[in-house]
Design a protein around this ligand. Structure first.
Ligand SMILES: [Zn+2]
Length: 152
């Protein structure tokens, strides 16, 4: 049988969410302490092992769908050579300040997550490039089709 609190929560999801939010805000330190203790338990480690493989494909699919949405917003093709294969396309920082951008926002590699968190607002410093164009621009400073070997 469901407890009264569980029943109430399922009938008032918005109020329940708000209550949880306030609780978390008020008890930050307590929760932190609780989590730190919990992460050390064998049960937690076992559960994490058990779920890791199970949710990975869902997470992957969600990330991929998010990437596809972003690719569409940014024009669906490489801004330099026109390659439109979504597997080849990446987000490029036009001003080559991707490292700084990632550091400031603690992004690691998740630029797509950051774009999502910013409600998909098109950033003027971002563009789509395929991997070849992006790597060439990043490593050599110019695009592969204008590469003249004698000048390197
Ligand atoms: Zn390209």
């Amino acid at each position: 049988m469901e407890s009264r609190a569980t029943t109430w929560r399922s009938k008032n999801p918005e109020r329940a969410r708000e209550q949880s939010r306030l609780y978390r805000l008020k008890n930050k330190e307590r929760i932190k302490e609780y989590n730190a203790q919990m992460y050390k338990t064998i049960e937690f480690k076992q559960r994490r092992k058990q779920y890791r493989g199970k949710y990975a494909p869902i997470v992957k699919l969600k990330r991929w769908n998010n990437k596809l949405k972003i690719i569409e917003i940014y024009g669906s093709k490489c801004a330099h050579c026109g390659d439109n294969n979504p597997y080849h396309l990446t987000i490029d920082h036009i001003n080559n300040d991707g490292a700084k951008h990632r550091k400031e926002n603690k992004l690691s590699a998740f630029i797509y997550k950051w774009i999502k968190q910013n409600n998909y607002v098109k950033d003027t410093n971002l563009q789509l490039l395929c991997w070849n164009c992006n790597m060439s621009k990043g490593v050599y400073g110019f695009f592969p089709d204008v590469l003249i070997p004698e000048t390197i």
